[in-house]
Every structure is written in C-alpha cells, then in structure tokens.
Ligand binder design. Structure first.
Ligand SMILES: [Zn+2]
Length: 254
C-alpha cells in the first residue's frame, strides 16, 4: 500500500506505506546469491525500486548527499526498538558511505526522524522522503509497533525507502518486495542496490533513462563481469521496449 501525498516541482515529498496486508503475502524461497547471469534481473530490480515512485511513476534518482542527523522520538514501544532502528540506519549508511549522527528530536540539524506511527485508524509502517534536485533533504520513518508482521522487517523496509528507494521490487529477493514477507534483513541484492545507488558513477537527479544504464554497468561489475562485458550487456537499457514502457509515461504523469 503506497500513496504519494504530494509532489511539487523542485521539491517533493513521497510517502510510502507498508500495510498489514503486505505481511500476509506468501513468502517465496530463493537462493540469496548473485551471479553474473542475474545481471538483467538485478538491474531491473534497481530500476523498479530506485527509479520509480508509487510503484509506477518514473522518477529521477535521489539519494543522501550529506550527513544524516538521526533522531528517534519517544512514544509507545519506541524505547525498546531505538537501538535496532539506529543499527539499521547505521548499517545502510555504512554501505552508502553516508555519515550518521544521533541527535535529539529537538535538534535543529535533525533530518531523519523515526517515530511511532500515528495509529488513528491506520495500521502501517511507512516512510516519507523529502528531496530537492535529487538530494534527500529529510526522511521520516513511522514504525507501527502493534503490527502482526516482523518489526525488524518493517524497520529495514522503511529505512531502505528512506535511503532513496522510493518504490518496490516485488519480483526480486529483496526487503523491498511485498512477496518476500519472510525477508527481514537486507538480501545480497539489496546490498548491491544500495552500493549502486551511492556509486559515484550515479548522480543525484539523474534521469531514469541515463541512470538505468549507469546502474546496470555498476551492478554488472559487482556481479563479477568485466567492465567491457557489463557495458555491452547494459548498452540496450534505457532504449529497450521495457524501458520505454516504464519511463515513457513521464510526460503523461507530470
Ligand atoms: Zn514500502
């Protein structure tokens, strides 16, 4: 369950919600390993998770470009999970090579807030991502402590959103797939996608058609392909029929 609350030219706020319904989809069983043969699937998962919002709208690349100032609010059950939340943010930040500073909720530098979900009729974990010109300016993760699903999955799923993956990769073995309800930790693919999003060859604000090729090349190298082979295999991305279908909706959507 996802909704985009508001998007404005130049600045955008994207809200992503992991509802309880998502937790009851049967989990698949797949090997959590990656090989060079998985390149196209891995690259597609990256495109679906990083170059879309709301599971459908094509979107420019966004990521953190400065330090994270993390605050964990008080509230029901938050004290018990604060350490796990901070560990999740720090582990992803380590992969992304973004620094993290823990601050108080009232600190003016705060740009990443984790707080209990507003349970007024809504039962879900969710993330909000604020970005401008491809740079994440702020993120907010709401944790629904009373949910039936795994809190660890909720935390890791929403924190992934907060690092710039504003959509999902439902067909992949990923914490961002609703079909992998038993996936509570980052998969091998998730770690590769995170490394790729923050690779210097990709840039904040990169357009989807350009980012898909660059990301595929980076992923190819991470899967063990030579730079030459990765370039060859990724050359058609951005112009293939699938990509046109995915990204060609830009004009109609905006
Ligand atoms: Zn989600």
């Amino acid at each position: 369950m996802i909704d985009v609350e508001s998007m404005r030219r130049g600045a955008a706020r994207v809200v992503l919600t992991l509802g309880l319904a998502c937790g009851v989809i049967a989990a698949g069983h797949a090997s959590d390993t990656l090989s060079p043969a998985a390149l196209q699937d891995a690259a597609s998962a990256f495109d679906e998770a990083a170059l879309r919002v709301n599971d459908s709208q094509p979107a420019d690349l966004v990521r953190w470009s400065g330090p994270i100032f993390l605050a964990v609010a008080d509230g029901d059950g938050m004290q018990a999970i604060a350490a796990e939340v901070e560990a999740s943010v720090r582990s992803m930040a380590a992969i992304a090579r973004v620094s993290v500073h823990r601050v108080s909720v009232n600190d003016s530098r705060r740009n990443f807030l984790v707080r209990p979900a507003d349970t007024g009729g809504r039962v879900a974990c969710r993330a909000s991502v604020y970005s401008q010109y491809g740079r994440i300016a702020g993120a907010e993760v709401e944790v629904y402590v009373g949910g039936r699903g795994s809190l660890t999955r909720c935390i890791n799923h929403e924190v992934m959103h907060a690092f710039g993956f504003r959509s999902h990769a439902h067909g992949a073995l990923s914490i961002l797939s609703y079909k992998q309800a038993r996936q509570t930790q980052l998969s091998a693919l998730d770690r590769v996608m995170l490394e790729t999003l923050y690779d210097p060859r990709l840039q904040p604000g990169m357009r989807p058609a350009e980012a898909t090729t660059a990301a595929c090349t980076v992923i190819g190298e991470k899967l063990g392909l030579t730079a030459r082979d990765a370039t060859i295999q990724c050359g058609g991305r951005g112009t293939s029929g699938r990509q046109v279908a995915l990204f060609g909706r830009r004009d109609r959507d905006q």
